[in-house]
Design a protein around this ligand. Structure first.
Ligand code: ZN
Ligand code: FE
Length: 757
């Protein structure tokens, strides 16, 4: 038999997911000799054996890889024989500037849950993990991924753990965060001035506290949570008050999927996402109520399943089947990660604290998604997703995409990859801005990244833009809605002219006005704004998002005039004080402090307020969410609109809608008619543009496509009409996806510059 030697290069998500030990095992299985090593560009194998053996091993490499690994490419190059006598794992080398992927955090695996009941040194050990599961991104300080580069560095392995760590056939072979009761970090319950460290007591007492309706701060994977019994209205309301969170729904954790089904409507895909190793929060329709204060009248609840060993241990003891598990922070600050800081800052909220002494290095909130038309759609991409890259078709090397402002997430470019940061948040908050700057520093170091170009929004006041400008390197400006459409195009590797429908909250347009109801004809490089919604005044500027009734007044004023609005104050706005009404009236009449916006979000605000569904908003996008929530789509009917080929006027709709409100038609019916109107506009305008420009591909992006009626039915109808429709799945359609779009546009423009040289 003839022996051959190959150098095999595996790229993708292959570090920190138990890949080298896996390779070792299959190499032995197929009798292949050689070495495997991690380096900054992926995993390298030197493989010697008969051709068949090697090819079979490569086949198994692709087919049997650990669940959390994902291989993007395997390349093979024949080499001279070196005569290996065995197959070995050789130590990591940092040799290149090109960096492979860092694994996101992985939910505890079923084998570890069994070990937790079987292994003596890990009986009920709440930080058990193996090469297939456990913390990764949140504990990594630097690459390559080896224990001394993680927050486990200070824990010295005991003899038993050491044996598993170095035994090839063991599931914990080279599991970097490996630990047990003897040598690893431990949990502590802080309650009533006492510290409890015995794990049985910690679990027992924490469960008891939760069942007694106490609020407990619990350290999670990427940050602290605040937990309480999800069935106790008093407790959930108290948590809401103390956390200064007026209306935003809380996420909950159910004991298991069976219990979830009793309370939530759950289809097959939703169940699969809920149980996936990433364990995101999945938005589900409720069928039976938890405490009212969990979601305050919205028809959906964000649900997750246990993903840390501690969660499982807790539910073994808990009587309640469901706990609120919301981010451990006050108001809009970043979620807390430091033990001391959490004890201090959460003191006004929490009755007790559960910590452990392994540090969280990289903060990561729970990720959030929903399922529509058979696909999971991320709306917050963070824990267990970050920092997995998105692959695009252009060279992104050296591009830093600064992102948007409100739901910020930035991105850096390496090769053809876009590394999106974890969810950062609203940069107007000082602590969040610091988190942004710190994370950018860390990404530069972790991924050996040097920014050479910046892609940023047109908006001069975005703090992300200002930060980017401060770096003093060439800046590429990308219009907000072009970035939205480009993000969705990048996700689907589109590089051609498309019809882009961007329905969104806010973004600066090229005419200096605020956009958000746009039909673009766009490619990655540039766009034409072909059709847009009618501009409405926003009396009070940004204030309208907190007081949607201002938009309702603006809508009536714009289409029905000042006198009509004044005459109908009692029938339409009786709950608004005369003083406030007059003040807004004055702004509208005199066009003072009334920036103009054509945003879909503002139109939803106006209709939500006019129908009385939401006059004042307590959290971002509450009015559109409530309007969607009340819509009963089984009702027929819609409203008319005017379209002159460029501008969509809502005059006829406003006439009829006001009549419906005055006739006391139920808001669920009005909302459904309004949604159908927008759906009709999507279809009609797309057809017109398609005929004009001969384009069949339609791309949907922008925050309004978190609305499941618009996204679900919009896609359906466009597809039925023969269009090829693309919408977001793995990147948010909200501003959390903007950085990807900025990156794609910048990369495209740079590639065109290169060609022109
Ligand atoms: Zn495991
Ligand atoms: Fe946006």
């Amino acid at each position: 038999m003839e022996l051959k030697a190959y150098k095999i290069h595996v790229k993708g998500l292959v570090q920190g997911v138990g890949f080298r030990p896996f390779v070792y095992r299959i190499a032995h299985q197929f009798g292949v000799k050689g070495t495997v090593e991690n380096n900054n560009t992926g995993v390298y194998l030197c493989a010697e054996g008969e051709s068949d053996q090697i090819l079979n091993m490569v086949k198994a490499l692709r087919e049997k890889a650990p669940e959390a690994a994902s291989i993007t490419s395997v390349s093979m190059k024949e080499e001279p024989l070196r005569g290996f006598s065995d197959f070995e794992i050789v130590s990591s080398q940092s040799v290149s500037d090109e960096v492979t992927e860092i694994s996101p955090d992985i939910a505890v695996c079923s084998a570890c849950l069994e070990d937790m009941k079987r292994q003596k040194n890990r009986f009920n050990y709440p930080l058990i993990n193996c090469t297939n599961c456990g913390p990764r991104f949140t504990i990594i300080r630097d690459l390559p991924y080896d224990r001394p580069q993680t927050t486990m560095a200070s824990f010295t392995l005991c003899r038993e753990c050491e044996a598993e760590y170095s035994q090839v056939q063991d599931r914990r072979f080279h599991a970097q965060p490996i630990a047990c009761h003897h040598c690893g970090p431990h949990y502590t319950l802080h309650y009533d001035g006492l510290k409890v460290e015995n794990i049985e007591s910690v679990i027992h007492q924490t469960a008891a506290l939760l069942d007694q309706n106490k609020i407990v701060a619990v350290k999670g994977m990427g940050g602290f949570h605040l937990a309480c019994n999800a069935f106790s209205e008093d407790t959930v309301a108290r948590l809401r008050r103390k956390k200064s969170r007026e209306g935003k729904p809380f996420a909950v954790m159910f004991r298991n999927v069976e219990v979830t089904k009793k309370f939530m409507v759950l289809n097959e895909q939703e169940e699969a996402v809920l149980k996936s190793w990433r364990r995101p929060v999945v938005l589900l329709k409720s069928k039976k109520n938890l405490a009212d204060s969990v979601s305050l009248g919205l028809d959906t609840v964000g649900v997750m399943l246990p993903y840390m060993p501690f969660h499982y241990l807790l539910f073994e003891r808990l009587k309640t089947d469901c706990i609120v598990l919301t981010s451990g922070n006050i108001a809009e600050e970043p979620v807390l990660i430091d033990n001391e800081e959490a004890l201090k800052k959460l003191a006004p909220v929490a009755d007790a604290y559960v910590t452990y002494n392994r540090d969280i290095h990289n903060r990561a909130d729970d990720s959030v998604c929903f399922v529509t038309n058979g696909a999971a759609r991320l709306i917050r991409r963070s824990r267990s997703y970050a920092p997995s890259p998105v692959q695009i078709q252009y060279n992104t090397e050296g591009i830093f995409a600064a992102g948007a402002e409100l739901v910020n997430c930035f991105a850096i470019g390496k090769g053809n990859q876009v590394l999106l940061s974890q969810h950062i948040g609203d940069l107007k908050n000082l602590e969040t801005l610091e988190f942004y700057e710190e994370s950018f520093e860390r990404f530069q170091r972790l991924f050996r990244f040097k920014p050479k170009f910046i892609a940023s929004d047109l908006h001069p006041d975005y703090l992300s833009t200002r930060f980017a400008e401060g770096l003093d390197i060439p800046l590429i400006r990308v219009q907000h809605h072009h970035a939205h459409i480009a993000a969705c195009m990048a996700e689907h590797q589109l590089d051609e002219r498309v019809i882009g429908i961007s329905f969104d909250g806010t973004g600066l347009g090229t005419d200096g006005k605020i956009w958000g109801g746009e039909f673009l004809v766009a490619d990655l490089n540039d766009f034409d704004r072909v059709v847009h919604f009618d501009y409405l005044p926003m009396p009070g500027g940004d204030l309208v998002t907190r007081e949607p009734f201002r938009m309702a007044m603006a809508l009536v004023h714009h289409y029905k005039g000042s006198d009509f609005l004044k005459d109908h104050r009692n029938s339409l706005f009786s709950d608004i004080s005369q003083e406030k009404f007059d003040a807004v009236m004055m702004m509208l009449d005199r066009k003072i402090n009334c920036p103009e916006s054509d945003s879909a979000g503002r139109l939803f605000d106006a209709v939500a307020a006019l129908t009385g569904v939401c006059r004042r908003s307590t959290f971002h996008a509450e009015a559109p969410m409530r309007l969607e929530s009340v819509a009963s789509m089984e009702n027929e009917g819609d409203y008319n609109f005017d379209f002159d080929g460029v501008v969509l006027s809502f005059r006829p709709m406003t006439d009829a809608l006001i009549q419906d409100v005055l006739n006391q038609v139920d808001p669920s019916v009005i909302s459904a008619k309004f949604h159908r109107t927008i759906l009709k506009i999507m279809l009609d305008v797309t057809k017109t543009i398609s005929n004009q420009f001969a384009i069949k591909k339609v791309v949907l992006s922008g925050g309004s496509f978190q609305n499941r009626i618009l996204l679900g039915l919009g896609e359906d109808r466009l597809r039925k009409a023969g269009f090829e429709v693309f919408s977001h799945e793995s990147v948010p359609s909200n501003d959390g996806g903007i950085a990807l779009g900025q990156m794609a546009v910048a990369a495209k423009r740079l590639s065109m510059n290169d060609k022109n040289k």
